[in-house]
Design a protein around this ligand. Structure first.
Ligand code: GCV
Length: 713
């Protein structure tokens, strides 16, 4: 023990003595700024020493995290102790402590207890769990409490994750590019793996563990077969070794035709015994290298990817064949429901439901069907996907997009917490009132034990990981909601702001106010009142609602808004595509009538006359214009708020955010002006008084061209 203590004291003292790092965002919400005011004393009083008997890699990671952060927060290296001590933090599992003064039932392997108690007459804080990973999560939870200014005197916290698989999906390619990535190249240095495992991998694991993420899919769902070759399995295994102590399993996206591409098989038909044998052998090879490998993620028969339907087999046939290959090892298959076919003339929003709903009950018990939050594609706003609640016999896994393909890419401050929250809170009515999407996802609605939630990562090699300081909040919010889908987006924003900037309410309050309205502002300046998919072709950057000449109808923005002389919007009622019928009857009824459809979803479900009166008494046209105006005005307000925060934020992060808000303002105005120039050319109505005309004419906006916009495959 003394030797351990000595090493730590030296290492931590060196860390403390080194010059303060620039605030470039690298440390994320784990920056552990030196506490101010009365906080250092309060924290120090409850962290005089650390009693941490465990010695697994995970237990040591928990202890080291405490030492590292307490040293940074208080400027003093906390002592390690073997015996109870006044004010000590005690990290214990049953295995390491023998017996414990708290009950751990119902916490599973990942849950934890944090309890203030007295031990041998000494007031201490116990962090206890059934396993070392629970201890690590409990440690991060205690730090979160400490750094957000919670009272540490009488703690009594019990927490366990509601969702079993809490995964990031990296759309990272083997050549280092990231599909829809706006934070630089991939953090996976495939070229130098497995020999070189840079320190960033450990920091990635720490960040994820601190918010409860327990798995990561390393490669793009538009997968290359090469990721299943021996050299790439070895590279993946090297990453798995780094992540293991932090409770993070790795998964791989697979290409359906890998057996043909890698081994020359004549077919990828899932019913062909040779194909099944190939996948079994491949699974065995992977598990030999990575014994705790999580499983496969599959994009099949979607956007040109091959799949079982090429052989007249169903998605269930395909998923089950892969599931059989990983089953002996405890692996799972996540089969994506993001499908729409080039030869299907039906409303794109209906196609996933039509394909998957009939397959309910046909999937093997280690398959999850992964469904995007909405039926089109991660738009600034979509009503919840009709599959939620419609496949009671199948575990449905949520797929959110953390990277902001459609919400301003790297620069716009559009906090996604409210988007995630809105979807999770939506009521499917599948089993009556209160059948929320969150209950579908956490398995409680139908009693599923295999449950999952995935977020398409916004991580790259940028120093700040996510392309901007505020984009980090989206990663943070995803993890926190994956752990507990009932948390509020606002509470999460408060936690994040306190840890990222300062717990001072004079900082937290305005930052949170900016964040909370920011996604709605993006909806307003991009696609208000239920509009969707109006962005530029391919790169998805900027407005292009006029596009009408792409090969497939559903690639064209005009397909989605259907603006004509009469009005605007997609009729998804009985008189149109009848997509509303895919929802449970009370929801279908609500969406079928424009009067009961929430105004925010109006044009998603209805084609509405330009002069129709909305609830506010305004005409649709005037309301549309006002929404665009409000979106731009919100960004201008964020700029003012941020300027007032100048004295409270370090120069580097202040300047980045200020510059990005400037870009956001310019682009919000561009979205507004281009959209209104175009819609006005169809609606043929004047702008309401007080609304300024677009800066340029429509042709100017149409002529904009962005061949090098990032993130485009
Ligand atoms: C990975 C959208 C994106 C694609 C993405 C696809 C998917 O279409 O634009 O880049 O491909 O969704 O989720 O599979």
């Amino acid at each position: 023990m003394l030797a351990r203590l000595f090493c730590w004291t030296i290492a931590s003292a060196m860390a403390a003595a080194s010059p303060a790092m620039a605030e470039d965002g690298y440390d994320l919400w784990l920056r552990h700024a030196k506490a101010e005011g009365s906080m250092p004393q309060a924290i120090a009083r409850h962290a005089t020493a650390i009693m941490a008997p465990g010695n697994s890699a995970t237990a040591l990671a928990a202890r080291d995290e405490l030492v590292r952060s307490l040293t940074k927060i208080g400027g003093v290296v906390p002592a390690l102790t073997d015996a109870p001590q006044e004010g000590a933090i005690w990290l214990a599992t049953l295995a390491s402590a023998g017996n414990l003064p708290v009950k751990l039932d119902g916490l599973g392997q990942e849950g934890y207890v944090i309890r203030s108690l007295t031990r041998n007459g000494r007031a201490m804080t116990l962090i206890a769990a059934n396993s070392d990973i629970g201890l690590l999560y409990g440690t991060y939870a205690w730090l979160r409490l400490a750094e957000t200014g919670a009272s540490l005197d009488r703690l009594d916290v019990r927490s366990a994750p509601r969702v079993k698989l809490r995964l990031l999906n990296h759309w990272d390619n083997l050549d280092g590019t990231v599909e829809r990535g706006y934070a630089g190249q991939s953090i996976w240095d495939w070229w130098r793996l497995p020999d070189w495992k840079g320190p960033r991998y450990t920091d990635y694991a720490r960040a994820n563990a601190s918010i409860g993420i327990n798995g990561t899919v390393l490669n793009n769902v538009n997968a290359k077969s090469d990721s299943l070759t021996a050299p790439y399995i070895a590279k993946a295994a090297a990453l798995a070794d780094v992540f293991r102590p932090y409770g993070i399993k790795i998964y791989l996206s697979v290409k359906w035709t890998a057996p043909m591409e890698l081994s020359g098989l004549k077919t990828a038909d899932p019913m062909d015994p040779q194909v099944a044998a190939w996948w079994k052998a491949k699974a065995n090879e992977i598990y030999k290298a990575i014994p705790d490998f999580g499983g496969f993620l599959v994009k099949a028969n979607s956007e040109g990817q091959p799949g079982p339907q090429d052989y007249k087999r169903s998605h269930a046939d395909g998923a089950n064949m892969l599931a059989a290959a990983v089953k002996p090892h405890g692996g799972i298959v996540m089969w994506r429901a993001f499908v729409y076919a080039h030869d299907n003339p039906d409303d794109r929003a209906k196609q996933a439901y039509s394909d998957f709903k009939p397959l309910d009950g046909q999937f093997a018990d280690n398959v999850l069907v992964q469904v995007k939050n909405g039926a089109i594609d991660f738009q600034p706003r979509e009503p919840f996907h009709p599959l939620f609640g419609a496949m009671p016999k199948t575990p449905l896994m949520m797929e959110f997009q953390i990277t902001k393909e459609y919400l301003g890419q790297s620069t716009h401050l559009t906090y996604l917490g409210p988007l995630f929250e809105e979807t999770l809170d939506a009521d499917t009515y599948a089993k009556g009132k209160g059948s929320t999407v969150a209950k579908v996802i956490d398995g409680s609605l139908e009693g599923h034990r295999l449950t999952g939630i995935a977020g398409v990562a916004n991580i790259g090699v940028d120093r700040d990981w996510s392309g901007s300081i505020f984009n980090q909040a989206d990663w943070y919010a995803f993890g926190r909601l994956a752990w507990n889908p009932d948390l509020s987006a606002e509470a999460i924003a408060r936690e994040w702001a306190a840890q990222t900037f300062s717990p001072d309410p004079k900082v937290v309050d305005p930052v949170v106010t900016m964040m909370m309205g920011s996604r709605e502002a993006a909806v307003d300046y991009m696609t208000p009142l239920g509009l969707a998919h109006l962005m530029g072709t391919g790169h998805h950057y900027g407005p292009a609602p006029w596009i009408a000449d792409l090969a497939r109808p559903e690639w064209n923005p005009v397909y989605y808004h259907k603006a004509d002389m009469r009005g605007i919007g997609f009729d998804r009622t009985k008189t149109g595509s009848n997509a509303v019928a895919q929802y449970a009857p009370p929801v279908a009824k609500m969406f079928a009538d424009p009067k009961t459809t929430p105004e925010r979803d109006l044009l998603w479900f209805h084609h509405v006359a330009w002069d129709a009166k909305l609830k506010s008494g305004e005409t649709l046209w005037n309301s549309l214009v006002h929404h665009y105006d409000e979106g731009v005005a919100y960004v201008a307000n964020m700029q003012k708020t941020w300027e007032r925060l100048r004295p409270a934020v370090d120069v580097e992060r202040f300047n980045q955010t200020k510059a990005f808000l400037g870009i956001q303002y310019r682009e919000a105005k561009w979205w507004r002006d281009a959209s209104l120039a175009y819609f006005q050319s169809i609606a043929n109505r004047p702008l309401p008084s007080g609304s300024l005309p677009p800066e340029h004419d429509l042709n100017w906006y149409k002529a904009q061209n962005f061949p090098y916009a990032p993130g485009h495959p």
